[in-house]
Design a protein around this ligand. Sequence first.
Ligand code: ATP
Length: 353
Amino acid sequence: MTHRLELNHASISFGSTEVVKQVSFQLPEGDIGSLLGPSGCGKTTLLRAIAGFESLAEGSISLHGKSVSSTHQLVAPEKRRVGMVFQDFALFPHLNVANNVAFGLSRAPGQKKKQRITELLKLVGLEHLAHQHPHQLSGGQQQRVALARAMAPRPEVLLLDEPFSALDPELRGQLATEVRTLLKQDGITAILVTHDQTEAFAMADRIGVMHQGELHQWDSSYNLYHHPATTFVADFIGRGTLLDITVADNNSIDTPLGRLSGKLPSGTEAGLKLKLLLRPDDLHLTTKQEGIDATITERLFQGADYLYTLQLDTGDQFHCLAPSHQQHNVGERVTLKLDIQDLVLFSDEGLAL
Ligand code: ATP
């Protein structure tokens, strides 16, 4: 199968510093991918390499099955048919909305151009603002103009670099979902760079979590949360605690919460020390007498639920979610019940077993 975008062991260096290391992933046509990771992990550099602004020290990048970057090749950005949307929107202040969108279609014949502009303004819900100038629009509206302009020439891949970061947080989540719908309606393949996981979850079919230039996992949001490939992904995605455990036998482990049973990978011998991932939804507060005793040390109101920080008598701490109508106070002793679906275990090196 030919993918719209494919990276094979792509590495990028600035001088002697390698900032992107052996990154490989594939993005099928019409899918939205996201590069997610903390500041400085190499996301923007990788996006710039896909656009053709950075060359590769190793590996290759292909668009629609054709190599565009390798150690001895760098197809110019304008020859790649990639579209870009930036953090600051970069609209032309002297052009109205329709002409900003038209800019991306400079080579199309008149009638076709008009048709595409109308179609895009309709798609992004800005037909009524076609003759306004950027300074007369809200941030969210400007973002939609920037998106329409980049989508206009039907790029092979649309690259979005932190496109929502200049907007207020409430608008961000809403726009991310909206932009996903628009891209899907137009069948556009896209890559979003962000450090905000809710944005990545709202928009992407596949998410790549990066850390210090390495791609730790390229997967669905479900798998990143429930089956993280490394302790970095486990920690970066959602809330979670890594508990020190010891393998007891073929199908049980000893943890600070007591002995737990579950499927263990083959070759895990008794006595082996590992880490267990505990998500806040793996535990429930119970009114029954029987269970694990803990003390509430912090609580965070999240609307529908509270996120409690709990401490065992051993000093081990972890989080637990509970509906907000069941209120508990800091310092209160509570009883917990475990509801773990799978034992998600990691080696000392931080790799999933
Ligand atoms: P952010 O979320 O803060 O934008 P990022 O994940 O996009 O971060 P990059 O901008 O790709 O990270 O930077 C990755 C690393 O490469 C950083 O350490 C940065 O300082 C370095 N870097 C980026 N561009 C250059 C350059 N032109 N010359 C030298 N080093 C660079």
